[in-house]
Every structure is written in structure tokens, then in C-alpha cells.
Unconditional design. Sequence first.
Length: 196
Amino acid sequence: MAEAISWEIREDAKELYVTEGMTYDQVADATGVSSGQLKRWGKDEGWAEARKEYREAYSSIRRDTVKLRAKLLKAALVAGDPQSVYAFAAIEKAMATSKNKTESTPIREKLKNINTPVDAVEALQEVVELKLNKLLSQPEILKLSQVKELKQTMELIDQMKAKYNPDAEDDTKVEGGLSDEAAEMIRQQILGVNKK
């Protein structure tokens, strides 16, 4: 007899299909439930109709939000009173915060295996690139100290690349892991951890 699927998995599957807009195959990959079973649930519970209704409601909310923002801006410009300006600023701040939250939670990729110093250098470079892109996309939060830290980290990565050059001949490669100084710099500069 087949093992029963929990109610939580069924609800998660429905949410992925309806609100996240995934296909049945994508939901099957995410939940481990066969796409055939998902299609039966979808037919029995009207998932396609629920998805359409959700999308229409979401579009309506977005349209109404834009209209509200436009009205608040016009009121603030015409009246010029502090209360109208404050209301508009509060809505804009909330919208920016909401947008940053959704942008800053990307789908997580599988963690890379770091087996060699070369792997570590590549992973560090990727982290620095992500951090740099994030800072450059939000110039209002950029600080000189962050730029200096990134510069030092990039210099460290360049040093590590030279030391652990993957294109070098086998007899010129340095065996072993990171030096104590390099590991400490990584802890302080990238991870923000200080030795106690």
C-alpha cells in the first residue's frame, strides 16, 4: 500500500502551484509528489481556477497601489502640507522595503563543494561579486569603509589566485590549505568574525 502524503505537503504543493506559479513538474520536483498525483489534486480542488483568481487579485492590488501612490504624490505636491508629504514618504518607504526583501531572497542554489584552495578562491570571489553588486544596486547605503573592505578582500583574492593558480604546472602548485594569515583575513573581512 502506498504511503499517505501529509496534509502539509499537499498544502505546500497547492501554494507552489497557485501563488508561486510553478508547473506541476516543478512542484513535483520541489515536493517529491508525482506530477500525476498533483494533477489529480489540482483537478479535484480547482487549482487552475484558484491560480487565475490569485493572479487577478494580485494584479488588482498592484494597480490600486500605484493609483494610491499617484494620488498621495499629487496631494503632497498640491497641498504641500507636512501630513501629505509624510504619508507619501511612508508609502514609498514601505514599497522600497518590500521590494528589497523580495530581491534579497533569491532562490538558494546548492552549496558548492570546496575541496581545494582553488575552490575556496572561486567561492570567495563569487561572494565578493554578490556583495559588490548588492552595494552598487543600493548606492544610498554605500559607505567608504565597505569599499575599502571590498578592495582589501579583492586584493586578498588576487594573492590567493596567484598562489593557487589552477593553470600552473603541477610542480609549481603550492600544496596545502590556506595560510593562517589568509584564513584570519577571510574571517575578519568577509565573515566579520574576530578571534577572541
